[in-house]
Design a protein around this ligand. Structure first.
Ligand code: OAD
Length: 237
């Protein structure tokens, strides 16, 4: 028999204990920046330099932090389960913790692409995407096709090309685990609704969760401790 399918949907909360700010908690990124300036396609057309600075800073910070025990615990689930991580995070901490199947719904901080290449349904025209590690891009940094480089990030106002891949994974999940997301941003926030009617859903978050559904068990804890609780629940089954 194959391994049971476990899908893990993560948000900024899974990386909080690594030292990356979440968006909507107090002192989160959206208290200090305007979303429409740094995370919308209109912001890019208005002031691309400001946006490049914002992502250059995020990228530099990413080079200084490490995966935490929650990322590692999620990667270790692969020993016993067929795990797909669907993450809203643009950091690379799941990869660095050892997870092997990761769907980045909102793009990846360490990658850039020419601004004239849109997020197509085949996964962002992957051939035009460059890995720049923790480096910077500036106005005037051009791709081989002569277009300005932009962060490989899904902004508000843009399509989410990998959503169908994520829906397929959730539909097939035997267990769905959700870690550290406020479930405020669609379409990611609606993904859990695609889980089977008898699929158990666990949500790890220290705060109240905004959804109620008979399939949901709320593990009210931070990600690192919540993953310990979750592993105990799996063992007791
Ligand atoms: P949010 O900042 O909206 O939510 C973070 C969630 O993590 C909240 O529910 C917190 O209670 C929880 N949290 C905080 N600390 C935690 C910890 N140590 N352990 C576990 N949970 C913790 O972040 P997201 O839901 O990821 O998109 O935000 C979704 C999207 O909105 C992001 O991908 C980003 C943002 O705008 C784009 O920029 C396109």
């Amino acid at each position: 028999m194959g391994k049971k399918k476990l899908v893990v949907l993560t948000g900024a909360g899974v990386s909080a204990e690594s030292g990356i700010s979440t968006f909507r908690d107090s002192n989160g990124l959206w208290e200090n920046y305007r979303v429409e300036d740094v995370a919308s396609i209109e912001g890019w057309y208005r002031n691309p330099g400001l946006m490049l600075d914002f992502y250059n800073t995020r990228r530099r910070e990413l080079g200084t932090v490490k995966p935490n025990a929650a990322h590692i615990a999620i990667a270790e689930l692969e020993k016993e389960y067929d795990v797909t991580v669907v993450t809203q995070n643009v950091d690379n901490l799941h990869e660095r913790a050892g997870s092997t199947r990761i769907i980045h719904l909102h793009g990846e901080l360490t990658k850039v692409r020419p601004e004239d290449r849109c997020n197509d349904r085949d996964g962002f025209s992957e051939e035009s995407v460059f890995d720049i590690g923790y480096g910077e891009i500036h106005i005037g940094d051009l791709a081989p096709d002569g277009a300005q480089l932009r962060p490989h990030i899904v902004w508000f106002g843009e399509a989410v090309p990998k959503i169908e891949m994520a829906i397929n994974a959730v539909e097939r999940a035997g267990i769905l685990l959700i870690v550290g997301t406020s479930l405020q941003v669609y379409p990611a926030a609606g993904l859990f609704r695609y889980a089977g009617y008898d699929t158990p859903i666990y949500i790890i978050d220290p705060k109240d969760v905004p959804v109620s559904d008979p399939r949901i068990t709320h593990i009210r804890n931070v990600a690192t401790k919540g993953m310990e609780d979750f592993k105990k629940i799996l063992k007791s089954k």
